[in-house]
Write a protein that binds this ligand. Structure first.
Ligand code: GDP
Ligand code: MN
Length: 381
């Protein structure tokens, strides 16, 4: 009996010890890497050359970052596809968290399946009513008439009320949901997207090390009918807040005449890797609130893509915006596929280079290259 008691005591001690070390090692992973990095700015290619292998989830190089998805319960099966592709091409090696946000409660089936597929920790958030409803200064009858009119004109999502709440939420609120407040960077993922190449070097870490705040893979022209007064609203903001406008910004990407008019170029925001701290900054919040007051999210159909893009192109330095060549991506109906064969082989890509959208007429990426004095990469057509 005495022997038994002593034995149990050691066993308990050993278990406590093991649990302690396990927890410490887990916590290490979760501690945001807040060290400041030495900053010779690298291109993603240089960055990749040093880190062409997955450092893996045990790496202390992890950044305080999360995937984020806004979705309905009915998006479950399309979301499953997106998670699977993101995990297979990247996250199974890194185990970053994933935050799901919804204007209704997620049901158990949604939570069960997505948690099973995501290698990191999953979080499910309900959007507060104030962030998904009409602000008091909006005339709801006027908004409803505007929807009817846009529906008659067959403008895409022109008649949809929920789509407008969605665009306003993505423009001004997702980054300040309580579940997002602890993270520094986000990667937005929508249902039914595809990644066609391995993402071996961690883009979050690249963003952080090189002081990037916003990124894109596809850019294009917005439908004029959805944003007739957006640029007036932006100009009003710029006049009222000259202190928020960056020197060496990317205004040339969004305006062909020094800011007089908007050329409708925008980064396609269904893919985004960006800085949450930038979106939570006074400059961005002042910008969003100024636009929101003007009512175009409801009286027109302002998309979060032009809203984010104009913010990035006016309030960031242009070298803080990153074009990720070799994150090969699909969201209906456009594909971004590296045309460079060696890249496709190295990264085990499965996309057809002929389907690359970057240099088509409707793309703005050629303009991005021009603004940045970059020449078209070899093999790109
Ligand atoms: P599109 O890409 O512009 O055609 O728009 P989507 O239908 O893909 O919507 C954009 C994002 O918002 C996706 O992640 C959707 O899952 C999400 N979304 C759209 N409408 C709603 C909605 O009413 N409620 C919620 N919770 N999510 C929505
Ligand atoms: Mn979509």
């Amino acid at each position: 009996m005495a022997v038994n008691v002593r034995y149990t005591r050691y066993l308990v001690l050993a278990l406590v010890g093991m649990t302690f070390f396990y927890l410490v090692s887990r916590t290490n992973l979760r501690i945001p890497n807040s060290a400041s990095f030495a900053r010779p700015v690298q291109s993603y290619n240089e960055f990749k050359a040093n880190k062409n292998e997955y450092p893996g989830a045990n790496s202390t190089e992890r950044v305080n970052a999360t995937f984020v998805t806004l979705a309905r319960n009915s998006d479950l099966w399309d979301m499953v596809k997106s998670i699977r592709t993101v995990e297979d091409r990247f996250n199974r090696e890194y185990n970053y968290d994933w935050v799901f946000l919804n204007d209704k409660e997620f049901d158990d089936e949604f939570k069960k399946l997505t948690t099973a597929l995501v290698s990191g920790t999953t979080h499910y958030g309900l959007i507060p009513k104030e962030h998904w409803s009409y602000p008091e200064w909006i005339d709801e009858d006027k908004a409803s008439e505007a929807r009817a009119e846009m529906e008659r004109k067959k403008i895409i999502y022109g008649g949809s009320e929920s789509y407008r709440h969605m665009c306003r939420y993505e423009s001004g609120f997702f980054f300040r949901h309580p579940l997002m407040m602890n993270y520094e960077y986000y990667w937005r993922v929508e249902p039914s997207i595809e990644l066609f190449c391995d993402v071996r070097a961690d883009p979050f870490r690249f963003m952080k090390e090189n002081d990037k705040k916003y990124s894109f893979v596809i850019s294009l022209y917005e439908y004029e009918a959805t944003i007739p007064t957006l640029w007036d609203s932006v100009k009003k903001f710029m006049t009222n807040h000259p202190e928020h406008i960056a020197e060496d910004n990317a205004m040339e990407f969004i305006s062909d005449n020094g800011g007089e008019t908007y050329n409708k170029c925008h980064f396609w925001s269904n893919f985004e890797i960006g800085s949450l701290e930038w979106l939570r900054s006074k400059q961005y919040i002042d910008y969003f609130e100024s636009l929101d007051q003007d009512g175009g999210f409801f009286y027109e159909r302002w998309g979060d893509a032009p809203v984010h893009s104009i913010a990035a192109a006016t309030m960031l330095r242009k070298d803080q915006i990153q074009f990720f060549h070799d994150i090969a991506y699909y969201h209906v109906p456009f594909t971004h596929c590296p045309n460079d064969e060696q890249t496709r082989l190295d990264l085990a890509c499965s996309c057809k280079p002929k389907e690359n959208f970057d240099w088509r007429d409707y793309s703005c990426t050629n303009k991005w290259f021009k603004v940045n004095h970059l020449s078209k990469p070899d093999g790109w057509d």
